[in-house]
Design a protein around this ligand. Sequence first.
Ligand code: ASP
Length: 596
Amino acid sequence: MLRTHSAAELGKNILGSLVTLAGWVDRRRDHGGLIFIDLRDRSGVAQVVFNPEHSPTSHALAGDLRSEYVIQVMGEVALRPAGTENPKLPTGEIEVLVKDLKVLNTSETPPFYINEDVEVDENLRLVYRYMDMRRARLKRNIILRHALVRAIRNYFDERGFVDIETPILGKSTPEGARDYLVPSRVHAGKFYALPQSPQQMKQLLMVGGLERYYQIARCFRDEDTRADRQPEFTQLDVEMSFVTEEDVLSLTEELFTMLTQALRPDMRVITPFPRIPYREAMAKYGCDKPDLRFGMEIGDVTEIVADSDFAVFRQTVAAGGVVRGLALPGRADISRSELAELTGLAQSFGAKGLLSMALMGDGVLDHLNMEMVKSVAAKYLTLDQIKQISVHIGAKPGDLILLVADESAVACRVLGRLRGELGVKLGLADPRLFAYCFIVDFPLLAWSQELGRWEAVHHPFTSPVEEDISLLDSAPGQARSRAYDIVLNGYEAGGGSIRIHQADLQRKMFRLMGYTDDQINERFGHLLTAFSYGAPPHGGIALGIDRVAMLFAGEESIREVIAFPKNQQAMDMLFDAPAGVEPGQLKDLHIRPMDD
Ligand code: ASP
C-alpha cells in the first residue's frame, strides 16, 4: 500500500508515530511560512503541515499543490498547538508534521467545489460524477447503500434463502411498463426484452423446487423518469414456496425493523406495521401509499350536506358525486394569498375548486357559533351541519377545513395529494419516525377504458382470493387479490403477492386480460406448461432498493443513492448515452433506420 494509515484512523493514541498517508488535497492554507493541507481520503480528512525548518524540499514542493492533487506524505503524528484544535473534525486534535511529500498526480481546477456542501447543478454533477463522489454527501450515500444491501444479504442468507441470478436477456414479462428491447443479430427480426422484473423466473425457481430465493436484481422499465423512478433500477426480489400472505408480510416486517435499527437507529418504528385495506387507504388518505407520519385523515361529509342549501354540494351529490375534506390544524388564520395558492394546487391535481371553511376560536367545538365560521358556504349551512362536518373531518375551532365536491375518484385523488404535500410542508410529519404500513386487499383487476379490457392491478400472476375465484366469471371487478404493498413515509417501498400456481386459473386470468389463446400460448406457454408439472403454492415480494436507500439516506431523489444514475431525460451524462452507432452495427442487427 502507498499508505500506512487512512486519514480518519489518526488520533492521539499514535502520537509520535511515523505514518504515511495518501489522498487528495482538500484545502490548502499558507500561514506565516507554514503550509497546511487538509489531506482527504475515503475515510475523512487529516491536517498535514509543511514546515521549511523540518523539510525544506517538501515545503517548497507543497507551494505548488492545488485542490485535488493526489499526494503521498510521510510524517510524524503530533498534537496541534493549544488553541488551534478543530473540535468539528474527528482528527481535529492532531496533525502530521511532514518529512516527505510525493505528488502522485496533478489535477485540473475542479468543475465545482469538492470540499464545500454547496448546491451544484445536477447535470454538471452527473457529467463529473467521479468528482461528485469525492464529496461527502454522495460518498456517504453510496456507502450507506452498501451497508443496506449487505444487511439484506445477511438477513436472507441466515434464513435459508438462495441467491440466484436470472437472465437479463429474456422475453417480455408484463409488469405494466414498456419493455426495453435488444435486437438479435443471430435471429433476424427477433428481440430479447430486458426484464421489467424477474417475476416469471422466480416463479419457475419455485416450480424447480428451490423453495426460498432472493436476488438483488436489476430491472428495466421504459417509463418517464421521475425523482423516484429510473429506467433501470434495483429490486430486492424474493420468492418462497408453501407460504401464505402472513409469512411474506412477517418476513418483510422483520427485515425493515432490523434494517431501521441497524442503519437508522435514530428513527422510531411502530410495530406491528398497520395493515390497511386498499379501500380504507383510498378513503382515509386518498392514495394507496399513505404517509402515516401525520394524521390529517380525509372525512366524507356527503350525507351531511346532501340536502343542504349550498347548491354546489346539493348538485354534486345529486349527480352521484361526493363531498370530502380534511383539516389543516391551527390554520384558520390562513391568508387570502395562501388560500389562493392552495386552490391553484387543488386545481392542478384536477379539482374544479376548493371550498375552505375557517373555524375561528379556541379549540372547543362546543363553543363554535356562526360568527366564528368563515366560508362562502357558511350562510347556506346550519351550525349543526358545520359541527357535524367538523366531527367527521376531525376539525376543531382554530383549524381550516378544505372541502372538495366532485366525482369520488377525483375527490380522492385531489385530497390525497393535498394531504401528502401539506402534511410535510406544514411540518406535521414526525421527523423521527419511519412510518411503515402494509396495504392489503387490493382489487385483482381494473377496467381500462382506454384498452377496453381488464388489466391486472398488480400483475397477471397474482392470485385472486380463494372465495372470489367464482367472481372472475360473474363480476371480475369485484374479485380481491392476494397482493400486498409495503409503504414507508408515503413511498411505495415494495409489493408482492401470493401467486397463481394452477395452469387453468392462470389461463383464465390471461383471457380476462384480453389475450387470445394463441397469444397466451406464444407468450406464456412455457409458464403454463411448467404449472402443469406440479407447481407448488408460492408467493413473494420485491422491494425497491433505490427508494429504500433514498429514504434511509434522507434524500428526496433516488439519483442521490445511485453511483451512475440517468438524468431526468433518461440520459447518462457521463458517457453521453444513449448514443448513435455505426451503420455496420445496425446492419448486423438487421435494422434499417427510418428515413422520414
Ligand atoms: N414482480 C413484482 C414487481 O416487480 C413484485 C412481486 O410480485 O414480487 O413489482
